[in-house]
Design a protein around this ligand. Structure first.
Ligand SMILES: [Fe+2]
Ligand SMILES: [Fe+2]
Length: 281
């Protein structure tokens, strides 16, 4: 079987337009364009592109319209499926309205997408009003049925919240990880799953999970600092993962665009302090 290359982007945190900056200084659309330019430069003919959630920073219809325009400009020219998942910053209702003209509210956006003989299973871990993530029995039962149907080239799972910890222990790390990950592990173990792709932490990580490998990508909007033990530190910059399915295996490379990685926001769980660009709030 031929080698299959794909791009895994995450955490676009798009806003409705350049007048809405993240932390008063980061334009996430500029970052997405910079990442797309790097993807073009790589000249790799990807088979598909995955974006693992937090498409919007605040999920308003205006932001999803901006997302549609930006995807058309930056990723549609690759001419391959762009597989979208939702994250905790997204809004299912607004997303469905803008993308599909649907009005059925809070139904999880979970589905399978075939690319050649590979099945990509997108899960929806969004819990409205929460930073943490959860799938629930119904979605896990659907996943079990999907995985019971053969996929000649295996399955790839996409879920915004990581299923493994990002690295060094920290306060408040439960909100960084999928709550019902042990129930997910039961459905995945023994099944042909090449890997699980996540985002949310804005930090690249890889670890074994239920007989497969779990990967997180950095973010296109801003980067997380993996070394923080109390809360989080966010710095400017953009990155993505490059995936290769080869010889029945998934190999992932993490790519970060050159940047000065300037601190834009920091929060501490121990004191509940949030500091944005040097100001205490
Ligand atoms: Fe995010
Ligand atoms: Fe997130």
């Amino acid at each position: 079987m031929r080698e299959l290359v794909f791009f895994h982007l995450s955490d676009l945190h798009l806003t409705a337009g350049p007048e809405e900056l993240l932390f008063g200084q980061v334009d996430p659309a500029v970052n997405l364009r910079a990442v797309a330019a790097e993807l073009r430069r790589m000249d790799l003919a990807p088979a598909f592109i995955v974006i693992s959630g937090d498409l919007a920073h605040q999920g308003s219809p205006a932001t999803y319209h901006a997302l549609q325009e930006l995807l058309a400009e930056t990723l549609a020219p690759f001419g391959v499926p762009v597989v979208l998942a939702l994250g905790n910053h997204d809004d299912r209702r607004a997303f469905r309205q803008v993308f599909f003209g649907e009005d059925d509210g809070e139904r999880p956006y979970a589905y399978s997408q075939w690319v050649e003989d590979l099945r990509i299973i997108v899960l929806d871990s969004l819990v409205p009003g929460e930073a943490g993530g959860w799938l629930g029995e119904e979605q896990l039962a659907w996943l079990k049925r999907e995985l019971a149907t053969p996929a000649p080239r295996g399955n790839l799972l996409v879920v915004h919240h990581p299923v493994v910890h990002r690295g060094v222990s920290r306060l408040g790390e439960e909100e960084l990880i999928l709550r019902d990950r042990s129930a997910l592990a039961e459905r995945v173990r023994g099944r042909p799953v090449l890997g699980i792709l996540s985002g949310h932490t804005h930090v690249a990580a890889a670890a074994p999970f239920a007989g497969t490998t779990a990967f997180t990508a950095t973010a296109t909007a801003f980067l997380g600092d993996p070394s923080t033990r109390d809360g989080g530190r966010m710095v400017t910059g953009a990155g993505f993962n490059l995936g290769t399915v080869r010889d029945g295996m998934l190999i992932v490379n993490s790519v970060v665009l050159p940047s000065e990685q300037r601190l834009v926001a920091e929060y501490r769980f121990s004191t509940r302090a949030v500091i944005v660009a040097g100001r205490s709030q």
